[in-house]
Design a protein around this ligand. Structure first.
Ligand SMILES: [Zn+2]
Length: 147
């Protein structure tokens, strides 16, 4: 898949992941955005919440393996691919932490969307994670009916 690519998130999908972040507060939430690649664009079609099984879920996230396998199965059946990794920061800005960089299992293949709940409405930013740094990724929140 191409990277850098532009992540496009329809409002309805966006609201789903914000709801998940709020529900799991004060723990970090984690999940995956699934969809399809179209040239340099990645269209998020569905958000799949994952279970955070980190020892201290208020400071870390670690996706439960069983829920991850179930999500991958659902994606295969729908012809979707992962287009972004999602997690929340309950109290800190939506900027990758040192842990996020160290624990990034996806390399530079997928962008990371971070929801910060330290203010209301939540702040969302999207990043490419490189081994030793992170750079902002292109993304669009798509408004409009029926998306
Ligand atoms: Zn983080």
């Amino acid at each position: 898949m191409p990277n850098p690519y532009r992540l496009i998130v329809p409002r309805a999908v966006y609201e789903t992941l914000i709801r998940h972040a709020r529900k799991d507060f004060p723990a970090e939430c984690c999940g995956l955005l699934a969809g399809r690649f179209d040239g340099a664009n990645a269209w998020a079609e569905q958000y799949f919440p994952l279970l955070n099984v980190a020892a201290d879920p208020t400071r870390r996230y670690q996706a439960d393996v069983r829920s991850l396998l179930a999500v991958h199965q659902a994606m295969r059946e729908s012809g979707w691919r992962e287009v972004a990794v999602v997690h929340s920061h309950p109290h800190s800005p939506p900027v990758p932490s040192r842990t996020d960089l160290a624990q990034n299992a996806y390399g530079d293949a997928l962008v990371h969307l971070i929801v910060s709940l330290r203010q209301d409405p939540p702040e969302v930013r999207v990043w490419r994670l490189l081994p030793d740094r992170f750079v902002p990724a292109d993304w669009t929140l798509l408004d409009g009916p029926g998306t």
